[in-house]
Design a protein around this ligand. Structure first.
Ligand code: GRG
Length: 296
């Protein structure tokens, strides 16, 4: 199966739907700059991995993905909001994202904060647009889950702990704690969120959550490796920033070769979590190695 083709096809569908869902700046409209800033970051060329994961799980449960496009777009809006806020001077203070100047560099800090806020809230409007096709109790469970994973019990908590720990060397468990929230939580939202919409059984949701957390970790290990030996022009951001900013990474903790081995081991554990799904989970089973060996 051609995974790059799968993600690029899904990205095309997601981009068309995002274009429909996001407000458009109109002539003479005073809040036009807000809509422009929202669109600027959303259409800056992200890989649309979270929607791709979401659709892969719908496929596992033999669900038609078309009606759920707005839900997938909601996940991408939450992801983009987190990137805009993460780049702000008060957080990582980055100048480049997805190969372009960051939102605050183009629109100023205040509008970048607002664009992030508006994307986060718009995401929930988008997800609720699937009310016409999803059973209400499933949609409620999925949206509730996405909110938890995105907020104080998930991604925002991860960002908080990352900031609290700034300036000191972390241990492996602390690093895992942060990654499970910063990266893993939105992977869980996409993967287990789709399973909730599909009405999956509790054991299936538990297995998929385990898979999502391991997949997030693999993604992060690859991120650390790419920051050490990747190609900045493919990544759309300068490499070597972890070392420059004295960040604890899997490379600083265990060295490049051991980090690669740890990545392979974790990818194996992610695959193993799918055992109960048999051949139906082929696409999901291929993703951990694909993420580990990615070049951007
Ligand atoms: C500000 C609430 C708040 C949270 C920020 C997501 C995040 C938490 C910070 C971004 C920096 C970071 C290391 C995130 C980990 C997840 C990650 C590697 C994001 C980049 O995801 P990709 O590669 O990005 O899917 P694209 O641009 O392809 O969408």
């Amino acid at each position: 199966m051609d995974i790059a083709k799968y993600f690029s096809e899904k990205a095309g569908e997601v981009n068309a739907c995002l274009d429909e869902l996001l407000p458009r700046p109109g002539a003479g409209q005073m809040e036009g700059v807000l809509f422009e800033a929202m669109r600027y970051s959303v259409f800056a060329g992200g890989k649309r991995l979270r929607p791709g994961l979401f659709f892969a799980v719908l496929r596992l449960f033999e669900m038609d993905d078309r009606p759920y496009l707005p839900f997938a777009c909601g996940l991408e809006m939450i992801h983009t909001y987190s990137l805009i806020h993460d780049d702000l001077p008060a957080m990582d203070d980055d100048d480049l994202r997805r190969g372009r100047p960051t939102s605050h560099k183009v629109f100023g800090e205040a509008q970048a904060i607002l664009a992030g806020d508006a994307l986060l809230t718009h995401a929930f409007n988008a997800m609720l647009q699937t009310a016409a096709c999803a059973a209400p109790e499933r949609l409620l469970a999925a949206v509730d889950y996405v909110a938890r994973q995105s907020g104080a019990f998930g991604m925002v908590a991860g960002q908080c702990v990352d900031i609290v720990c700034e300036g000191r060397e972390l241990g492996a468990e602390e690093l895992r704690y942060i990654h499970e929230r910063k990266t893993g939580a939105l992977f869980c939202a996409s993967i287990a969120g789709a399973a909730l919409l599909a009405g999956a059984r509790e054991e299936e949701i538990a297995d998929l959550t385990e898979y999502a957390l391991k997949l997030g970790l693999v993604f992060q290990i690859a991120d650390d490796i790419l920051d050490e030996i990747g190609d900045g022009s493919k990544l759309g951001k300068p490499v070597g920033s972890d070392k420059k900013n004295h960040k604890t990474t899997y490379i600083s903790l265990m060295g490049l070769e051991e980090a690669r081995r740890f990545g392979e081991k974790t990818a194996g554990e992610a695959e193993a979590a799918l055992q109960g799904f048999g051949a139906r989970a082929e696409l999901l089973r291929l993703l951990p190695r694909y993420f580990l060996h990615r070049d951007c």
